[in-house]
Ligand binder design. Structure first.
Ligand SMILES: Cc1ncc(COP(=O)(O)O)c(C=O)c1O
Length: 350
C-alpha cells in the first residue's frame, strides 16, 4: 500500500506487533460477572494512577463523557462548559439527547475557564429549584480545539474549590491527560485531585485500538457502571481490549514527548516558509493552522494535501488540524511539512 502521512487524528494509530501479542495473551472472562482478569487489572491500575477510589473501562471517550454527564445530573440540569470543548463542539447533540442537559457555554479566547467565567455563567439565567440548576463544571485537558492546550493546575484548583462552595461537581474530559502530564511534568493524580470524575483515552496518543476509562469515587463509578450498561457498553470478554489499553498506558506514555517535539517541528518548518498561515505554539501534539489568508477553505486545502498523501483534518471553515502521534516520525514530519509548504506556495503563486 502507498505510504500515507496521517495527521488526521491520534485515533488513527494501529496496534503494534507487541500490542497484538498482549491482546492475544489476555486473560479474559465474562465481565458481567466481574471475571475478566485483564479488565480488572486495568481498572485497578488506573484508579491507583489517578489516586481515585475506582475506575471503569469504557468503549470510547464519548461514552465516558456521556456517562459522566448522566452520573452528575438529572434531566434539565445545567452544565457549564466552554463552547470549544468536545462535549459541546462534537457531542452537543448527544449531550442534549442522551444526557438531557443544558450546556451553558463560556466563550473563552483560549479554552481556559476561570472562576470569573463560572460566575458569569451562573448569572446568565435564573437558577433555582423551579428553574434549571447548575450541577456540573465540565473541563477538558488537554484542549483539543485549542491546539492541545494544557490547563494550568492552579486554575483547576481555583475552579474546583469555587465549585465546591456552590455544590457543583467537576468533570475533566482528560482523553489526552497523559499528553498534559508528559509536557507539564505533573502526575495524573495531580490533575485528578481537582476533579470528581476524570477520563483518559487509550485509543488516542497512547495507540490502543479501543477504549477510554473513567475514574472517580466508588459510589459514582457504581452509578457509571449502570449507565454504561444502559448505553450498551456492558462488554463481556472486554479483556482483549483492556490488555491493549494496559499495554498502551504502561508502554506508550513517555514517548508522547516525541509527538510533542514533532508538532513543534511541523510548526517551525511551515512558519519558516510563510507568515500567511497562522499557527499555534503547540504545548502538546495538536497543530491548528488558520489558513484564511490563503483564500481557500479548510476542505479545499485538506483535499489538495490528501492528493499528495498528507492527511489532515478540516476543523472548521478555515482551520486545519494536524495531530502528531505514533503514525509519524521525525522524517515523516519533515517530508510532510515540505509538501504542505509546496501546496501553500502554489496557492500563493510563490
Ligand atoms: C477531548 C476529547 N474528548 C472526547 C473525545 C471522544 O472520544 P471518542 O472518539 O473515543 O469517542 C475526543 C475525540 O477525539 C476528544 O478529543
Amino acid at each position: 500500500m502507498k505510504k500515507r502521512y496521517d495527521f488526521r487524528s491520534d485515533t488513527c494509530t494501529m496496534p503494534t506487533e507487541e500490542m497484538r501479542k498482549a491482546i492475544y495473551e489476555a486473560e479474559v472472562g465474562d465481565q458481567g460477572y466481574g471475571e475478566d482478569i485483564a479488565t480488572n487489572k486495568l481498572e485497578e491500575y488506573c484508579a491507583k494512577l489517578f489516586n481515585k477510589e475506582a475506575a471503569l473501562f469504557m468503549c470510547s471517550g464519548t461514552m465516558s463523557d456521556q456517562v459522566a454527564l448522566r452520573c452528575w445530573t438529572n434531566s434539565g440540569d445545567e452544565v457549564i462548559i466552554d463552547e470549544s470543548y468536545h462535549i459541546n463542539y462534537f457531542q452537543g447533540a448527544q449531550s442534549i439527547d442522551i444526557g438531557k442537559v443544558i450546556l451553558n457555554t463560556c466563550k473563552t479566547p483560549d479554552g481556559i475557564i476561570h472562576v470569573s467565567d463560572i460566575k458569569e455563567r451562573l448569572n446568565s439565567r435564573m437558577h433555582d429549584n423551579t428553574f434549571t440548576r447548575t450541577k456540573l463544571l465540565s473541563l477538558e485537558n488537554t484542549i483539543n480545539s485549542h491546539g492541545g492546550r494544557i490547563y494550568p493546575i492552579e486554575v483547576l484548583k481555583e475552579n474546583y474549590e469555587f465549585c465546591k462552595t456552590k455544590g457543583i461537581k467537576v468533570h475533566i474530559d482528560g482523553e489526552r491527560i497523559m499528553n498534559a502530564c508528559i509536557a507539564s511534568g505533573l502526575k495524573p493524580s495531580d490533575y485528578a485531585q481537582y476533579a470528581d470524575t476524570i477520563t483518559m483515552s487509550f485509543s488516542k496518543g497512547l495507540g490502543a485500538p479501543f477504549g477510554s476509562i473513567i475514574m472517580g469515587d466508588k459510589e459514582t463509578i457504581t452509578r457509571a457502571r449502570k449507565f454504561r450498561r444502559w448505553y450498551g457498553g456492558h462488554l463481556h470478554q472486554s479483556g482483549f481490549m483492556a490488555a491493549a489499553a494496559y499495554f498502551a498506558v504502561t508502554h506508550n506514555v513517555d514517548r508522547l514527548k516525541d509527538d510533542h517535539a514533532n508538532a513543534k517541528l511541523l510548526v517551525d518548518i511551515i512558519r519558516k516558509n510563510t507568515d500567511k498561515v497562522v499557527l499555534n505554539d503547540p504545548m502538546t501534539n495538536i497543530v491548528m493552522m488558520d489558513i484564511k489568508n490563503l483564500g481557500v477553505t479548510a476542505d479545499e486545502f485538506v483535499k489538495k494535501c490528501s492528493e499528495k498523501d498528507i492527511l489532515l483534518f478540516p476543523y472548521n471553515e478555515y482551520i486545519v488540524r494536524a495531530i502528531t502521534c505514533l503514525n509519524v516520525n521525525k522524517e515523516d514530519v519533515i517530508y510532510s511539512a515540505n509538501v504542505i509548504n509546496n501546496i501553500i506556495n502554489e496557492i500563493l503563486n510563490k
